[in-house]
Design a protein around this ligand. Structure first.
Ligand code: NAD
Length: 337
């Protein structure tokens, strides 16, 4: 079978990781990536042998900066089967029209509304729903994290309701424009969009969320309280999470007491860009009291959606069933399960 020709539009935090992950799959070919400005990332992409495509009006700027471009963004659109669009939220409508006109498929990210594509994607919860579609959306980092555990809990024990408090990172590590630097900032528009976004994939779920922005760049932490429809023990939940794809159990008894040590673990694992693709659940922080389950999970916002983008490509191109794709992506990216 011919390799799936993939382009990445927007070579930023998410785009560059998707590009690397695509190039690690033996059934995909990374045709090229796009960059709007001649930044250091444009230079490192070209130095790594990646074909760079830029807006037609900026070709000269790249020439002047001595960065070799392979063509325009429209040229790249004309060469691929599918574009992973990782531009900042709100460019979706404009690019969707271009992909539509070129007859290619497009995957958007969580910064876009569910309504743009009408179908959203998570490998654990609904791989099949993007099967063969022209457009889909990989939900945000927080939503991906919640779906990895909540979809399994719902399947196994039926969730009555879920309350989530998210302590959000203020900015990504490479971003020095955003804050707060020394404050905690509650999201006062309630309930926050996170729980609502989970409903774009599990519309039947009774879930609400609150969030606080915190002066850290490493990860988000989600404190989850779930009322289950069935009496279960803490050990049963632990066993369920042990078997869950892309969920990693960590323990404070091993010295993993915070997101700092989770990131240190990712560095020790030798992952590309020190990424932690898995959602990390504290095994010693799982507790069932009566019919209510409590747990904490850490989300590496820069990378948990990367394996989902790879699986979404396969689902949309009808190349592989869900479990097979998840296993293949995990193997290529060095994820243990
Ligand atoms: P980013 O700002 O790091 O990268 C966006 C890239 O798109 C940049 O390289 C920028 O130059 C490029 N770009 C800007 N305008 C463009 C245009 N008109 N055409 C082509 N390229 C353009 O953003 P990001 O954090 O990677 O976010 C991308 C998407 O992924 C958003 O929808 C975001 O909500 C979502 N997302 C982000 C995170 C995260 O924590 N960073 C996590 C999950 C999902």
């Amino acid at each position: 079978m011919a390799k799936i020709k993939v382009g990445v539009n927007g070579y930023g935090t998410i785009g560059k990781r998707v590009a690397t992950a695509v190039s690690m799959q033996d059934d995909m070919e990374l045709v090229g990536v796009t960059k709007t400005r001649p930044s250091f990332e444009a230079k490192t992409a070209v130095a790594a042998g990646i074909a760079l495509y830029v807006p037609a009006e900026n070709v000269e700027k790249f020439d002047k900066a001595g960065i070799k471009v392979a063509g325009t963004i429209d040229d790249l659109i004309g060469k691929v089967d599918i574009m992973v669009d990782a531009t900042p939220g709100d460019f979706g409508e404009e690019y969707k029209a271009k992909y539509q006109a070129a007859g290619i498929k497009g995957i958007f990210q969580g910064g876009e509304e569910h309504g743009l594509t009408g179908v959203s994607f998570n490998s654990t919860a609904n791989y099949k729903e993007s099967w063969g579609v022209q457009f889909s959306r990989v939900v945000s980092c927080n939503t991906t994290g919640l779906l990895r555990t909540l979809s399994l809990l719902d399947k196994e024990y039926k969730i009555e309701n879920a309350y989530v408090t998210i302590v959000r990172r203020a900015a990504d590590p490479g971003d020095s424009k955003t804050g707060p630097v020394n404050a905690l900032e509650p999201s006062v528009s309630l309930p926050t969009h996170h729980g609502l976004d989970v409903k774009s994939i599990m519309p039947w779920l009774d879930i609400t969320s609150m969030a606080i922005k915190c002066s850290t760049t490493l990860m988000h932490i989600q404190a989850v309280v779930v009322k289950l429809g069935k009496e279960v023990t803490t050990e049963e939940v632990l066993d369920l999470f042990k078997k869950a794809p892309r969920v990693r159990l960590v323990s404070s008894k091993d010295g993993i007491k915070s997101t700092a040590q989770v990131m240190e673990l990712a560095r020790e694992l030798g992952r590309s860009r020190s990424d932690m693709y898995e959602i990390c659940v504290w095994s010693d922080g799982i507790k069932v009291v009566g019919d209510t389950l409590y747990y904490y999970q850490a989300v590496h916002q820069e990378s948990d959606v990367i394996p989902e983008n790879i699986d979404c490509i396969r689902s949309m191109c009808k190349s592989m069933e869900g479990p097979e794709s998840v296993a293949k992506t995990n193997k290529a990216l060095g994820i243990d399960h």
